[in-house]
Write a protein that binds this ligand. Structure first.
Ligand code: IMP
Length: 210
């Protein structure tokens, strides 16, 4: 599937943090981005048990409702000492309405409950699975992971979600202290830093003309 300049691409999300990141990432490619939120499309229920399943549910729902090529992102935080949780339930840990201070506190409480205090015991990764789906039912999947450690208390007020507690390996700052540009560290033919940028780097290699 190709995404030529000026073509319309539906970003299948109602999450403004993800949408802003895709706007930053796609800026050099001259696409015409619209979001599921802006079009008032319903949010499908994420009934999958893997990032791929949920990414497919979101992208295909948006593509068939709009008749446009749609890109979804299913992502989450996987904490080693918590057996990979919250994983696909990362957004759910923030409750309804979403409160990510509460969600970060819940992760911290669970780590403390098992005595995970050293950096080695606080290993985690952010995972992003992108699904690019066409209205005819075909799709492509791209996955990105960034490893790091969880810090407490949260530091920084940039980004969204769990960014203030995640310090990527090799950096002294949390994602919450990085601009979107620094968090992604993406440039043509570079792998990028964030999970989303790393998945995006694979997508543009296959689908976009720089
Ligand atoms: P979902 O993909 O809609 O299931 O939601 C994934 C959840 O993971 C989001 O609501 C965020 O809380 C969290 N998340 C995903 N990517 C990031 C990120 O880049 N920074 C911080 N939190 C993230």
């Amino acid at each position: 599937m190709k995404l030529p300049r000026s073509s319309k691409l539906l970003i299948a999300t109602h999450n403004s943090g993800k949408l802003d990141e895709f706007k930053t990432l796609f800026a050099p490619f001259g696409l015409n981005l619209v979001s599921a939120g802006e079009l008032g499309l319903p949010e499908p229920e994420e009934t999958g048990t893997t990032f791929i399943q949920n990414a497919r549910i979101k992208a295909h729902a948006a593509a068939s409702a709009s008749g446009l090529v749609a890109l979804s992102d299913d992502s989450g935080l996987c904490v080693d000492a918590l057996d990979g949780n919250p994983g696909v339930y990362t957004a759910d840990w923030a409750g309804v309405p979403r409160d990510f201070n509460k969600a970060m506190q819940k992760v911290e409480d669970e780590l403390r409950a098992i005595g995970a205090t050293t950096p080695d015991q606080r290993r985690a990764s952010f995972n992003a699975t992108l699904c690019l789906a066409a209205p005819d039912g075909t799709d492509m999947i791209f996955e990105g992971i960034v490893e790091g450690q969880l810090v407490w208390p949260p530091i920084g007020d940039l980004g969204f979600g769990y960014d203030p507690v995640f310090k990527p390996d090799g950096y002294e700052k949390t994602f919450g202290q990085m601009s979107a540009k620094a968090k992604h560290s993406w440039a043509p033919e570079k792998p990028g830093l964030s999970h989303r940028a790393r998945a995006f780097a694979q997508l543009v290699e296959v689908c976009c003309d720089i």
